[in-house]
Design a protein around this ligand. Sequence first.
Ligand SMILES: Cc1cc2nc3c(=O)[nH]c(=O)nc-3n(C[C@H](O)[C@H](O)[C@H](O)COP(=O)(O)OP(=O)(O)OC[C@H]3O[C@@H](n4cnc5c(N)ncnc54)[C@H](O)[C@@H]3O)c2cc1C
Length: 848
Amino acid sequence: MKNEMQQYDYLIAGSGLAGLYAAFVASKYGSVAVVTKNKVSDSNTYYAQGGIASVTDNEDTPEFHSNDTITAGRGLCNPVAVDTLVNECPLRIKELIEDGMNFDMSGGVLALGLEGGHRRRRVLHAGGDITGRRISEFMTGQILSNPKITLFENHQALEIILDGKGDGGRCLGLKVWNFDTGRVENFYAGSTIMALGGASAIYSRTTNPQSSIGDGVALCYNAGCQIADMEFIQFHPTTLYSPDNKSYLISEAVRGEGAHLLNHNGERFMVNIHPLAELAPRDVVAQAIEREIKRDPHNRPYVYLSLKHLDSEKIRRRFPHIFQKCEDLGIDMRDKVPVAPAAHYMVGGVKSDIDGKTSITGLYVCGELASTGIMGANRLASNSLAECIVFGYRAVMSAKEHQASNLFAQESLDRYVGSATEPQYYIDSTKQDEYFRIREQISLIMTRYAGIVREREGLESALAELEQIRESLFAGDCGREFYSSISENLIIVATLVVSGALYREESRGGHFRSDYPKENIFNLFHTIQQKGKMNGSLSANWYASVKRPMPNNRKEITPKKQNNRIMTHNSLIDKIIDLAIEEDVASGDITTNSIILEKTKATAVFKMKADGVVSGISIIKRVFEHLDKNVIWRPFVKDGDSVNKEDVIVEIEGSYRCLLTSERIALNILQRMSGIATLTAQFVKEIEGTDAKILDTRKTAPGLRVLDKMAVAAGGGKNHRMGLYDMVLIKDNHIKIAGGIKNAVSQVRENINMGMKIEVETSNLDEVREAVECGADIIMLDNMDNDTMRRAIEIIAGRAESEASGNMTLDRVKEVAMLGVNYISVGALTHSISALDISMNVTVIPDN
Ligand SMILES: Cc1cc2nc3c(=O)[nH]c(=O)nc-3n(C[C@H](O)[C@H](O)[C@H](O)COP(=O)(O)OP(=O)(O)OC[C@H]3O[C@@H](n4cnc5c(N)ncnc54)[C@H](O)[C@@H]3O)c2cc1C
């Protein structure tokens, strides 16, 4: 029988917030189909309680939000993804509100909740504690009233339709099981966006609905996508304990309102474990509860959440539905509530970039299914609804570009449809019971061996048991039988979690190994699993440092002690400022504090003592704010402005003590950064009129790179890589050991993220030829004279970009630029700087 066929511009799978929001955005650009396996409301989204984290308050900043996210992520966050989340979410929220979504208000402003790991109130909520239901109903209303969107309930995605396999493949749409007709339908689309949610319902105790079993992971895995960090399953610390395993979430926001966790001796055990006590990150709280449960001599599988000391009316108003649920079960929320952890959130998922792209053309992922790296090793509370809207939006935008560039070829679809002779799915209802039996077995295996606490032996047993289930499933020939297929999907997802957990021989975030109870600070890595490489034989790569099996003929090099954490610029700047204050002020400015009264106020004026380009204005503001957050700041210029001797660039008012104590640090930063910006501007001016751009290098002051590079940008230069982690530059020593440029490029290419550029250093024309032939993106012409460089550019002939490097001076730079290179890198910008002279004068404000 031939498949039914539907064709749309955008095919969205899943009707949680990520899918609904993506459909809503995509409808502005074409026809949209949404397929979802049950009713539209059957999703994790619908059950979300606490809310959606976004910076909306003046006291909060994206940097604070980013810091909290990265802290919870235990070193594995992708800082670019985090920056994207925290900076774009406020805009998406604003649009949602303009479109009519009602969040709870208090005193005319958005009411903001506080949740674990957040150092500011920033969680918007709706209906008190039914944010998910409200947002899901709101988005469903938008979808149903939109003529460009067709919603298909009871349609379960079964398989990704591919033209070609694996990395080179192109997605043409989905094979979808229609429960109403009992048949498979093929949905074809220019772009397919998978928003199929998480997998926590593969555990027995879970907060998720039963549909949340990782279908998206299994489908993408089968199609050849890379699956990242599946071992990180977040266990929500506080779900209402009931012996029948029906866990109902007691939102983190309840602890945010001040509820205490008590053990069976009535002790607040979190106080001794983490400075944030009950509001510590979820992994910390869940593991602590698990320990308390194991310690209880009476084997009671819960602890208590105590609200006795709180205003009970306020609690009832703020959490009406949780209150009601407890009451229905005969539990008085004004007293104490029995709670235990339950599987809650899939931190890993299908690896994608920040635009939702996977390794398959035309296939995008977003929401809980995607692993962009925002969550690192542990999700910060209420970041996931935020993720859905920010990355649902971005996935559509990149899908739209894909449509526009017409990468989706109708011929490819016609060819596929014309030749679709593969066996069809069918259903054998006698297999249904077997499916439920397998599901039950898997949830027990996962809970027993791959729960909050794991260890090698248990994980190996889990793998063996999963393998047995797989073997028995395929003992008979099931072909494409529906129940066997979805059983196999369950086995795949469980195996991915267990394999990841086995491979990760450390404890980090949502993954705790009792046999490796510490974080391995020497080796920060992501586990990446791809079809054909399961059961621990993992290929691992990402934007951070990687751990991967070394080929047999090479010895693994023991990593030296190193700090692998990738920090956002903002957190690095905070660290630099903290260090500078520690170095200069330490226990206090004894001279100033002896002479100047605390209450004395003063004004400080920063004045130029030389012409130049200023940089560091926003940084020194932070220096003063570190010591007095009430300083009044009046800048007259911004970074990158040209200034003249005698110009006043900033005036600042605040505590006299703070101004004097901060003076040296502020001047050191401002003078150094302005010196770099000024020199960069001279180089940029010198090559004006050519197409070349001035680049910086890694020759920066140790620890100060982020500031040095900001200053280069202020001077009009372009930043080269920030460090060894964000771009590939193959240098002579790499080439030597790899046995040539070609080998080096192909070894690197196997291991890097899609879209990451490869630069190769060359020192002669033969090397230039080799680099061009093996497809390097940028070719560095290192220490070549002008004539050799000219010939190199002729050889490259536009097939790669070129970068001139080595001994670039102001005298020479113009000639080099005129040769037609794309970039000129200048180490001197940051290694040979002279500070720009700037003064700070302080005037006391008379006491009135
Ligand atoms: C109880 C609970 C409380 C939570 N509270 C919060 C909170 O306060 N704040 C927060 O930020 N996050 C919270 N979360 C997490 C958050 O709700 C989810 O991470 C987020 O909603 C995921 O959205 P999504 O659209 O990616 O996936 P989902 O909302 O899970 O949607 C996935 C969709 O895909 C469908 N689907 C699955 N498989 C198939 C298939 N094969 N074919 C077709 N359709 C399929 C599902 O039916 C569903 O419609 C909570 C989660 C739970 C369970």
